[in-house]
Design a protein around this ligand. Structure first.
Ligand SMILES: NC(=O)CC[C@H](N)C(=O)O
Length: 331
């Protein structure tokens, strides 16, 4: 818990928080050796296993950046948040929730087993592969470019710049992801897909390969934290109801089958990806008058060394420490 600072809006406070963050990043960097960089998408293996960085952006624009902040990496599963938001904006929430459930799967993100064993009426949730591939099939557009364009536009609205596709990562996943193809065939057989399967998978692999920085992740987190509004301009970028459902899904399903532990020990809506990114949205809370900088802030983390669930090993530990030190849990 942070104590003893009279005025949280000063540069001095920012510097104080910055020096703590620098210490924590260098401490948790040692934990990167406890995990491994994802190898099932060969191109991801090029990441530096020791990298660790964090950006925090407050709703007043105040920013903390520490560690490896200048690396770019691909969104991977964090793109599932973007595709779900876009699909809800295109088709409406009721339509989407009729087709994808909102329950944690309790299985690995790319599990096939649960699809068949539980005789699903619909995939468990939009933040695991089966649900995300279904969501991508529902996006408007006949080609992958048509389906992707609204995702790029939403990202541009949030970030102020248009991110790019990492073609090498896209081709690497396209040429290696037999498991996602198996999920695609299963979804096709069960009638969940609403577009051509190969277009759907091509779109899914491309959305996973959009390049971002941790500053970008922190900004997206900050906008979600503020119920879809850009606090600087007041503009509503994501409708409030969609932002709220998305955060509920992030909290319950965003860290795969480690979501319960993450909710317990960190307590912030978050979403990870196998490239090592984590996006976290810290909603403003009633008790936040003392902490205006951290109220409604967004956090981006990058640490490509992963634990056995596919989450950034040092990134999670760093977030857990920060959430406890700064009292960020929503509970
Ligand atoms: N957990 C992830 O980030 C998974 C994303 C990856 N593109 C996949 O489908 O396997």
């Amino acid at each position: 818990m942070v104590q003893g600072v009279a005025n949280w809006n000063t540069e001095q406070t920012r510097d104080w928080l910055q020096s703590y963050t620098d210490d924590w990043v260098s401490f948790y960097r040692k934990h990167t050796s406890d995990g491994e960089v994802a190898s099932y998408i060969p191109e991801l293996l090029k990441a530096d296993p020791d990298a660790l960085g964090i950006t925090v952006i407050g709703k007043n624009g105040m920013t903390l950046r520490s560690g490896d902040v200048n690396t770019t990496f691909t969104l991977q599963s964090i793109s599932k948040v973007i595709s779900f938001v876009v699909a809800c904006m295109e088709r409406g929430v009721a339509y989407m929730l009729d087709r994808v459930d909102v329950e944690p799967a309790g299985e690995a993100f790319n599990s096939i087993m649960h699809l068949e064993m539980k005789q699903l009426k619909k995939p468990f949730n939009p933040l695991i592969n089966a649900g995300a591939i279904t969501v991508t099939s529902i996006l408007e557009g006949r080609t992958s470019d048509e389906k992707l364009e609204p995702m790029f536009e939403l990202l541009e609205d949030m970030l102020g710049h248009r991110p790019e596709l990492d073609v090498d990562v896209y081709e690497s996943e396209r040429d290696s992801s037999m498991r996602n193809r198996a999920i695609g065939y299963y979804l096709l057989e069960t009638g969940f897909l609403e577009s051509d399967m190969s277009v759907t998978l091509e779109t899914y692999f491309k959305q996973c390969s959009i390049d971002v920085s941790i500053d970008d992740l922190a900004r997206i987190g900050m906008i979600l934290a503020n119920d879809g509004r850009d606090p600087e301009t007041g503009e509503e970028i994501i409708p409030r109801q969609i932002a709220r459902i998305t955060k509920a899904l992030m909290l319950t399903c965003g860290m795969y089958d480690a979501s319960g532990k993450f909710a317990t020990y960190v307590g912030i809506p978050a979403k990870s990806g196998v490239s090592g990114g984590i996006i976290a949205a810290v909603p403003p809370r009633v008790r936040d008058e003392e902490l205006p900088f951290l109220s409604g802030c967004g956090i981006g983390v990058y640490g490509p060394s992963l634990d056995d669930k596919g989450n950034s090993i040092a990134g999670i530990r760093l977030l857990r420490h920060i959430a406890n030190q700064w009292d960020l849990s929503i509970f």
